[in-house]
Design a protein around this ligand. Structure first.
Ligand SMILES: [Zn+2]
Length: 104
């Protein structure tokens, strides 16, 4: 008698992380990956016709990737708003305080 083999149900990869913005524990959070782009270019070897295969695993191993978790994309944007670039903030705030660029 032929018995049909039941296909195993693949369990969904559920991650539970704390949101960096509001601190809420979130199941299936919004994942924001920070990939440093500049150091990567230093490690790309000069293209060689004799060795067409590029070892991608090597690239991945050398590349430091930072992963951040948020509730959703909106929460991430809120976080970015509260943590703006320090130089931009200084410039913008001083302009506002001096009122130089906002005088009419
Ligand atoms: Zn959040």
């Amino acid at each position: 008698m032929f018995r049909k083999k039941a296909e195993p149900i693949k369990p969904r990869k559920i991650i539970r992380r704390k949101c960096k913005q509001c601190g809420t524990m979130k199941t299936n959070p919004y994942t924001y990956t920070v990939v440093p782009s500049i150091p990567l270019w230093d490690k790309i070897p000069i293209y060689n016709k004799n060795s067409e295969k590029t070892d991608r695993i090597d690239l991945k191993g050398n590349n430091k990737v930072e992963i951040k978790y948020y509730c959703d994309q909106e929460c991430h944007e809120t976080y970015m708003d509260t943590q703006p670039d320090p130089t931009t903030t200084r410039f913008y705030k001083s302009d506002l305080l001096d009122g130089k660029k906002f005088k009419f």
